[in-house]
Design a binder for this molecule. Structure first.
Ligand code: NDP
Length: 253
């Protein structure tokens, strides 16, 4: 995507990123901070969140908050407590990037355990839903809120062996479409990003033998992540965007 945002695109914006300690989420958090946003860094591993928080401070970014939350075991009540605590620290949320995700086993449907199915659905769908529900009041306080979900090419066209992960990403696309309809006359837009194959730990576990030098890095795909959080996308809602539009799904180029 050829997008050249203004250096102060996200000035005065408060943005929450899930899975902010590693991979694409870490890069998105640092990028949003560089463009002026104040960050809420949510993730499972506190030490990684603290490291990102320190890096934001080193870059001269606005002081960020960390929220340690394991989405695999979270409940509706816990998500509400997180939102209530945040409401005492920040005036509103202008953006939420649901990025945390679990790949699960790459295996035929016939071989998937119920336990694995539940884990992938819990992290990718149930926790995303519970967190969204809890954070909506803070998002609706913004005059231009942006809610962004993370999808995948296997969330649009099914692929053998991608089992629970693929189904969870179809559900993510559905959640985005339903919410976009529900809030289309309010100041909240709702969209999906499909990052496309990107050099992270998750990608390496799905494709251990590919040539990683041919993959885009998280930094390469940030233009779309910025576009969807800034004013230039204000009128876009209910859409699913590709961070690498010309890329063939699956193997590295
Ligand atoms: P990574 O595995 O590199 O990072 C995932 C992040 O999610 C980590 O910060 C991880 O935390 C966090 N996370 C995982 N489980 C939980 C949990 N139970 N509770 C809280 N946080 C959790 O993945 P990517 O950066 O590659 O993926 C980011 C998103 O992009 C995912 O939704 C993925 O499905 C999607 N995607 C990625 C593609 C790719 O090629 N990389 C392609 C298509 C979609 P921790 O650091 O503690 O492990």
């Amino acid at each position: 995507m050829h997008y050249h945002p203004k250096h102060d695109l996200l000035e005065q914006r408060v943005i929450l990123v899930t899975g902010a300690g590693d991979g694409i989420g870490r890069e998105a958090a640092l990028t949003y901070a560089k463009f002026g946003a104040q960050l809420v860094l949510l993730g499972r591993t506190e030490s990684k969140l603290r490291e990102v928080q320190t890096e934001i401070a080193r870059l001269g970014g606005a002081p960020s908050f960390t929220v340690t939350l394991d989405l695999l075991h979270t409940t509706q009540e816990q998500c509400k407590q997180v939102a209530d605590a945040l409401a005492t620290q920040i005036p509103r949320l202008d953006g939420v990037l649901h990025n945390a995700g679990l790949l699960g086993d790459i295996a035929p449907m016939a071989d998937l355990s119920m336990e694995m199915w539940h884990e992938v659905m819990q992290v990718n769908v149930n926790a995303t839903f519970m967190l969204t529900q809890a954070l909506l009041p803070l998002l609706l306080k913004s005059n231009a809120g942006s809610l962004v979900f993370t999808s995948s090419s296997v969330g649009r066209t099914g692929r053998a062996n991608w089992g629970a992960y693929a189904v969870s990403k179809f559900a993510t696309e559905g959640m985005m479409q339903v919410l976009a309809e529900e809030y289309k006359s309010r100041h909240l837009r709702v969209n999906c990003i499909n990052p496309g194959g990107t050099h992270t730990k998750m990608r390496a576990s799905a494709f251990p033998n590919e040539d990683k030098s041919k993959l885009k890095t998280p930094a390469d795909i940030m233009p779309l992540y910025l576009y969807l959080m800034g004013d230039d996308s204000r009128r876009k809602t209910g859409m699913s965007f590709d961070a690498q539009p010309n890329r063939k799904p699956g193997a590295a180029e």
